[in-house]
Design a protein. Structure first.
Length: 337
């Protein structure tokens, strides 16, 4: 077994491995994942020292939580850290399943946003049931933000910061969970949330990566000031930093625009000049910031996870980072190894 460095979650007693397993692909994100495949991925992750696992009710409408619980019940509960999310309740499906759905072959439920006090408490209890576990370590309010809710953001944010935050705070104070935070796609909503309450951790997808470092301007310094830590989801920016600038590749869950393709092509060339694969640099970059405690790329198969682990451990020369900065492809103030 290969050991990973463990890093603390905020000011709590929890520590997570710097490399974690994300749960969206095993919930059937864009392609179905049968249980034997999911079990093999989870078993391989454990055998290779991964001890932080993140899932959500939204992933496969409950399927990911079932898979995670089935796999993790083999191990002592104190030997791993588990995070899941609240903000959506799953209702029995009453409308026909749309084959173009983001989740392929999900469970027969459909999600309903509910960020209020009762909804958060219900979601927490439902997750315990789906997981088949008696404890969740980290609870994150899922998918707040303008990008997810548009004109309804203010309404949902008010419910989350008044009712939802009260629920999570009570669960934390009672010792039923160890840490609370947000799991979102926008750092701006995390900044907004910090005006309302005391959060331990933010799971930020795609917003502090080899391609994007805008969060360095205000968000990450504020996290350092408060002792709040960051889990980085989506380190490949929905695919483009894994595959490179290829036709049809995705960025931020949509086909990548030309400006992004052009920038990634330039980053990829700098990596090639140093004989380093682009995804290796993408996986390793976020953890160089002192506020980042884990990177969770999420793997769909054993081969994919094996490849990600190899990329994560690839030696990278310091000159690569300095060349990216010299070329204007990375912020000058971005921490690097």
């Amino acid at each position: 077994m290969s050991q990973f460095e463990s890093r603390p979650i905020g000011r709590t007693q929890l520590k997570v491995t710097g490399f974690g397993q994300g749960g969206a692909p095993l919930g059937g994100h864009r392609a179905p994942t049968p249980w034997p495949q999911a079990e093999a991925v989870m078993d391989f992750a454990w055998a290779n020292g991964i001890r932080y696992y993140d899932t959500a009710p939204f992933y496969g409408y409950g399927l990911s939580e079932h898979y995670f619980g089935n796999a993790l019940r083999k191990h002592r509960r104190e030997d791993f850290v588990l995070s899941t999310k609240v903000g959506r309740l799953l209702r029995p499906r009453v409308t026909p399943y749309d084959p173009s759905d983001l989740w392929k072959e999900p469970l027969p439920f459909e999600p309903e946003f509910d960020y209020g006090y009762d909804g958060m408490m219900r979601s927490f209890e439902d997750s315990l049931q789906r997981l088949g576990l008696n404890k969740i370590d980290i609870l994150l309010m899922h998918d707040l933000g303008v990008g997810d809710h548009g004109d309804s953001h203010a309404k949902h944010m008010k419910a989350a910061m008044e009712g939802g935050y009260k629920a999570l705070s009570e669960l934390r104070a009672a010792g039923k969970i160890g840490a609370i935070g947000l799991g979102v796609n926008e750092w701006q909503v995390c900044m907004e949330a910090m005006d309302y309450g005391d959060f331990d951790v933010f799971l930020l997808a795609g917003r502090y990566t080899l391609l994007e470092q805008e969060a360095l301007t205000s968000f990450l310094p504020e996290c350092q000031k408060r002792g709040t830590t960051i889990v980085i989801g989506g380190p490949f920016n929905s695919g483009i930093l894994a595959t490179g600038a290829k036709p049809g590749v995705h960025y931020d869950y949509k086909p990548a625009p030309q400006a992004i393709l052009d920038k990634v092509a330039k980053i990829e060339q700098v990596c090639a000049d140093h004989k380093v694969a682009l995804p290796a640099a993408a996986l390793q970059f976020p953890l160089t910031h002192p506020s980042v405690c884990s990177v969770i790329p999420g793997s769909r198969s054993v081969d994919e996870l094996k490849r990600n682990l190899e990329l994560f451990r690839t030696p990278i020369p310091k000159a690569l980072w300095s060349d990216l900065k010299s070329a204007g492809l990375m912020r000058q103030d971005a921490p690097t190894p």
